[in-house]
Structures are given as C-alpha cells and as structure tokens.
Design a protein around this ligand. Structure first.
Ligand SMILES: Cc1cc2nc3c(=O)[nH]c(=O)nc-3n(C[C@H](O)[C@H](O)[C@H](O)COP(=O)(O)O)c2cc1C
Length: 199
C-alpha cells in the first residue's frame, strides 16, 4: 500500500500561541504527578521525532523514575563529596537532585560513525532538538518541563555509572512533573540585535 502523505501545513492558532508563550518550569518548583507509562512513551516518541540527517538516530534515552532517582542520587552524593570535600553540607542536596521531579529523561548524544559522513556536529544538534521536543511534548500534555545539565552531565564518573561510551555525551536531563506555580516571564533578547537580512 502507498504510504499516505502528510497534510500540507495549515495555520494552527493554538500551536502558535503555545510556542509564543511557552516557558520552562523550574525543576525545583515541581511536584507529582508526572506522566504515566503511556504518556511517557508518547513523550519519548514525540521527542524522537526530530530532524536527523541521514536517519542515524544519534541519541538514546535513560529514564529515571521512582526509586531509580534515589539510586542515581547515591552516585551524585558520593561523587560530589569526593570532588568537593569542603562542601559536606551540600551532599544531601546534591543526592536529591533527581527527586525534584517525578520523571527525568536523560538524553544521551550518541554519534555514530557515518560512512557517508554526517558531521558529528549535526548529530549533536539532533540530540539538542530531542531535548527541546521532549519539553514541548511534556508541556503539550500539561506537564511542566525543564532541560538541565548541571554539573553531573559533565562528570566522568557519573557518565561511567550511566554507561556512556567514550564518544557519548549527556545532551541534558529533562525534568518532567507538575509545576507548583506558574513560571514568571523571562527576559528575551532584542531580536533586532540578532537578525540581519543578508543583501
Ligand atoms: C543545554 C542546556 C542546558 C541547560 N542547563 C541548565 C542548568 O544546568 N541549569 C539551569 O538553571 N538552566 C539550564 N538551562 C536553561 C533552562 O533549560 C531553560 O532554558 C531556562 O530555564 C528558560 O527557558 P525557557 O525559555 O524554556 O523558559 C539549560 C538550557 C540548555 C539549552
């Protein structure tokens, strides 16, 4: 059977309004509930539907929910303590980072060696869009979402704990939950300073 073509783009007011007013929700201001298993699958399915040069899917997900958030916390606490022996009073806070939201999706940028040569840069960019798409999907379903990297995205021991290979990097962790309060406006750049019409 012939694949059915997608409809041509049409103006969607609700989507435009959503994108024009969209705002992240602070992880530290989140509570439950988070997405259920079915919603989480849908969030990841939407998240993975991104531009991806040569269909390499150069990313993967690590999902943290329930007790697994305490398990990663043990590593966060241990590594933080080891790296910051003078900050003993912050260890408990660091160990609880993943407890801020009911669900956290780690997005691993996982470039593949591509014989036809999709540059690694483009593969990393694709991972970034996955992160943003996860935020959009979560917010579209009525949850709050924030894309964080914090220190543990860049720590080698945490990378080993999460099973990252030498070429993999954390693109970020998407915290998803129910916002305790609405987000406040965030200053936005003056676009006139950012746009040049080439002539
Ligand atoms: C790659 C990346 C990493 C980020 N890491 C952090 C972080 O570690 N801590 C933080 O407060 N915000 C971080 N942010 C910013 C927030 O995700 C978010 O952009 C900000 O809260 C406001 O975004 P909004 O325009 O969606 O409201 C990061 C953003 C990006 C793109």
């Amino acid at each position: 059977m012939e694949p059915k073509p997608f409809p041509l783009p049409s103006r969607r007011e609700e989507l435009i309004e959503f994108l024009e007013t969209r705002r992240s929700n602070l992880a530290k201001m989140m509570t439950g509930p988070g997405p259920n298993a079915e919603e989480l699958d849908q969030i990841m399915s939407i998240g993975a539907r991104v531009p991806d040069h040569r269909k390499l899917a150069p990313w993967r997900f690590i999902v943290f929910s329930g007790e697994a958030r305490n398990k990663i916390g043990l590593s966060l606490g241990r590594v933080f303590k080891q790296n910051n022996p003078d900050l003993a009073d912050r260890v408990a806070f660091e160990a609880e980072r993943f407890l801020r939201a009911p669900v956290v999706i780690g997005v691993v940028s996982s470039p593949v060696t591509c014989p036809r040569g999709t540059p690694e840069w483009e593969q990393r960019l694709s991972s970034a869009i996955v992160c943003y798409n996860l935020c959009l999907a979560s917010q579209g379903m009525g949850y709050g979402a924030q894309w964080l990297t914090e220190w543990y995205s860049y720590d080698e021991e945490i990378a080993a704990e999460l099973g990252l290979s030498a070429s993999e990097k954390m693109a970020g962790f998407i915290y998803i939950g129910t916002p305790k309060a609405p987000s406040l406006p965030r200053p936005r750049p003056n676009l006139a300073d950012k746009i040049r019409y080439y002539s």
